[in-house]
Design a protein around this ligand. Structure first.
Ligand code: ARG
Length: 283
């Protein structure tokens, strides 16, 4: 079968884990008493970079200051619109938890230094970037509740002219939309219905022509938190049924061990921010 490859996902921003650790607890996977093996984390991160590059992606890096251990999860840095009418646009996140709030200016500065336009959300709304906003089928699917406010997506839509569909997240363990949803091609996507409310499920069922719906167990393995480069799917964990279905569709599946980062509740997708995401604009 031929796959209509995604028009994005070939250029990523990542942050090497110089100061990564589980130093506080802001999601149910994080336990501050758990020790992160720093050398192993670095090896796993290097492995993810190498895997993405050999799949055909380019990787750019932003350094990690000492006081922001979760900054390695660059997906949360903000929302990217690489094809915005006035030039490439970055909208920095407003993090819900004070522990991550200092990351906002680090990300904003990096984009500003690279010559991107940086526009801000209203300060009273929280939104955790691409971690809670993924494009599919001409709209931006925006998750809300645990980390992002529903109204933030509306504000974002107003800034960019991008149509947004909000999906309410209902399971604290799947606290960002990128743990419940992974666009694979123009028609295919992985989804975890256990993570969405009834209305959200209806929205997603109507949106995805060729879905791979995960069982609860599969969803909790973090396998939806995957990075797609053309026809390669880079997964933190690959449940057997999921791997088989992806291969039957014609994807190459690569499992990339990021277990040190799963200790902080993040997988492959969380460790990357797509820099070539084109958002649809409605005039
Ligand atoms: N420890 C981080 C947090 O709780 C993990 C972020 C995961 N990122 C993601 N895009 N799902 O904020």
């Amino acid at each position: 079968m031929t796959i209509d490859e995604l028009a994005w996902g070939r250029r990523y921003l990542m942050c090497p884990p110089e100061h990564f650790g589980v130093l506080y607890e802001i999601n149910p996977w994080m336990h501050a008493e758990v020790v992160v093996d720093k050398d192993r984390a670095r090896e796993q991160w290097d492995g993810l970079v190498a895997t993405l590059r050999s799949a055909g992606a380019t990787v750019e890096v932003v350094p990690q200051p000492e006081d922001v251990p979760d900054m390695v999860f660059t997906a949360n840095g903000g929302i990217v619109d690489a094809t915005a009418p006035g030039g490439p646009l970055f909208v920095p996140s407003h993090f819900r938890h004070p522990e991550r709030q200092p990351e906002t200016e680090h990300f904003a500065r990096w984009f500003d230094d690279q010559g991107w336009r940086v526009e801000r959300l209203p300060t009273d709304l929280t939104h955790e970037g691409a971690g809670d906003a993924l494009p599919f089928g001409g709209i931006l699917v925006s998750g809300y509740r645990f980390r992002s406010d529903q109204l933030a997506a509306t504000a974002f839509s107003r800034i960019t002219g991008t149509p947004v569909r909000s999906v309410e997240l209902v399971d604290e363990r799947l606290y960002h939309v990128d743990i419940t949803f992974c666009p694979l091609s123009d028609r295919h996507a992985i989804g975890a219905p256990m993570g969405w409310d009834r209305y959200g499920r209806q929205v997603m069922e109507a949106l995805v022509p060729e879905p791979l719906w995960l069982t609860d167990e599969e969803a909790l393995s973090f396998c939806a938190n995957s990075v797609v480069v053309g026809t390669t799917v880079v997964m933190p964990v690959t449940p057997v049924r999921v791997g088989r279905q992806l291969e039957a569709w014609g994807f190459d599946v690569v499992t990339c061990d990021v277990s040190e980062f799963l200790k902080a509740g993040g997988g492959c997708r969380c460790l990357t921010l797509s820099l070539d995401t084109p958002l649809t604009t409605v005039p």
